[in-house]
Ligand binder design. Structure first.
Ligand SMILES: CC(=O)SCCNC(=O)CCNC(=O)[C@H](O)C(C)(C)COP(=O)(O)OP(=O)(O)OC[C@H]1O[C@@H](n2cnc3c(N)ncnc32)[C@H](O)[C@@H]1OP(=O)(O)O
Length: 421
């Protein structure tokens, strides 16, 4: 509960009878239909913990909204960290730029720290919003569009090499196999966030709000030669034909996850082989996705989106640094600055070896000074210290410290967050 500020804006969590007004505020900020249908409100209510909502009130009118929930995020090396996932953020255009978001953010981050969450996460609507609160861009997203006739793939292809098989299945089978598959992905790919029961229900048409009705996709499941489920793709198709009766259909991937490169290759090859499909849109991938290099002519895949995606704020700096693995054994003393003033500044000694890492506060001389948001980008391997040095964003207190940082923080793959939340 917060008291009104001098301008009379009160910020607090909402009551049950205020939920419909809160959804209205969310929809207004996101420029959706202002008054949601009662069924939409009821659907949203089932996925909302009122204690984790915030609203701003001016003379009793709701002028700001905010929500968070606990999420599990995979760190480099596969460990799971608890995250405070932030979503549904908005301030009425009539009340913007008066510090309402800043107040809601400060309250949420303090509560998350209190709960012992290691990081905070969000998908930013616009790039300039969250850096000021200590967040850094920590996983980028890439989308490709594949011109199938230009890929150079064999048009006679009919099944995966190596004994694996593909089957078209229904949503019920995905409901059965998808969660286990995703858990396997989550155990090794950093940047992936957990998908709860509700996520799978919505993805498989079991529980969908009237404002976002389910469009049943096609589902294809890959099993290895040993019969293990190793990947699946969900895709929709647009029915377009050229005037001279040539099919020009576009397949849009809704979700494609695979836990082996063989499964991944088979699924993309399949998508590029379906009769009538001349264009494939890939959905949200990592920038280093294997896809383009599965194609004999890489240029058949054109990047249509390359942008920041998952933003992370380290709440427990030593906890976060100790939770990931490192590319080498070594030690580094970091001076972490926090321009937001919301917590995290300090000097930390990181020591890593093959068995893990530890990180403690220290009084030893710092080797590298880094701002908290940039440390989040280093934490996932999203950026190199050498690049931050060139940009003037880290300072070497000891010559060569940026290179030393890179030998530790370097990751084999880029972070990937396939989900929107
Ligand atoms: C995780 C998510 O849900 S992302 C969705 C975010 N929501 C939206 O984009 C919906 C439309 N926009 C809005 O609702 C609001 O403008 C918000 C939530 C982005 C910002 O809310 P406000 O209450 O205006 O922010 P607040 O006044 O606390 O701003 C603090 C500072 O951030 C800056 N800022 C806020 N939003 C932006 C922006 N979009 N671009 C650039 N700077 C911004 C302000 O100028 C201010 O700077 P200052 O401290 O130097 O004066």
């Amino acid at each position: 509960m917060s008291h009104p500020d001098r301008a009379g804006i009160e910020i607090r969590s909402i009551r049950e009878d205020e939920f419909a007004a809160w959804v209205r505020a969310v929809n207004t900020g996101f420029l959706l239909t202002p008054t949601p249908a009662p069924e939409t409100v009821a659907h949203r209510r089932r996925g909302t913990d009122l204690a984790r909502t915030q609203a701003a009130f001016d003379e009793g009118r709701m002028v700001g909204n905010f929500r968070s929930f606990t999420q599990r995020l995979t760190a480099v090396g596969g460990a799971e960290v608890r995250a405070d996932a932030i979503t549904n953020v908005g301030v009425a255009p009539t009340h913007r730029r008066r510090g309402i978001l800043s107040r809601m953010m400060a309250a949420d981050l303090a509560a998350a720290r209190e709960r012992g969450e290691t990081v905070a996460t969000l998908i930013a609507a616009e790039y300039p919003i969250y850096g000021r609160y200590g967040f850094g861009p920590a996983a980028s997203v890439a989308r490709w569009e594949i011109q199938v006739p230009r890929t150079g793939l064999d048009p006679r292809w009919s099944r995966p090499e190596g004994g694996g098989r593909l089957d078209l299945v229904d949503a019920a089978e995905i409901r059965a196999h998808g969660p286990g598959l995703h858990e396997r992905l989550r155990s090794f790919r950093h940047g992936v966030v957990d998908r709860d029961e509700r996520w799978w229900q919505q993805a498989t048409g079991q529980s969908n709000p009237p404002d976002k009705p389910w469009k049943e996709p096609f589902h294809v499941l890959y099993r290895s030669a040993r019969g293990e489920v190793e990947g699946y793709a969900a895709y929709t198709a647009e029915d377009t034909w050229h005037e001279n009766k040539q099919p020009l259909e576009t397949a849009t991937v809704v979700d494609l996850i695979a836990v082996t490169p063989v499964a991944e290759r088979a699924l993309w090859q399949y998508l590029c082989s379906v009769d009538w499909i001349t264009r494939v849109r890939t959905g949200f991938r990592a920038p280093d996705d294997l896809l383009p290099d599965f194609l004999p002519d890489v240029r058949a895949a054109r990047i249509t989106t390359l942008a920041d995606w998952l933003w992370i704020r380290l709440l427990d700096v030593p906890g976060a640094l100790a939770s990931r693995t490192y590319a080498a054994s070594g030690a580094l003393t970091l001076e972490v600055t926090d321009a937001s003033g919301l917590g995290g500044a300090g000097r930390y000694r990181l020591t890593a070896d093959g068995s893990g890492a530890e990180c403690v506060r220290t009084r030893e001389a710092a080797e590298l000074t880094v701002e908290l948001g940039d440390l989040a980008s280093l934490w996932t391997g999203e950026v190199s210290a050498a690049r931050l040095l060139a940009l003037g964003r880290v300072r070497e207190e000891r010559a060569g410290a940026a290179a030393a940082a890179d030998s530790l923080f370097r990751t084999e793959r880029r972070a990937w967050c396939p989900d929107v939340f």
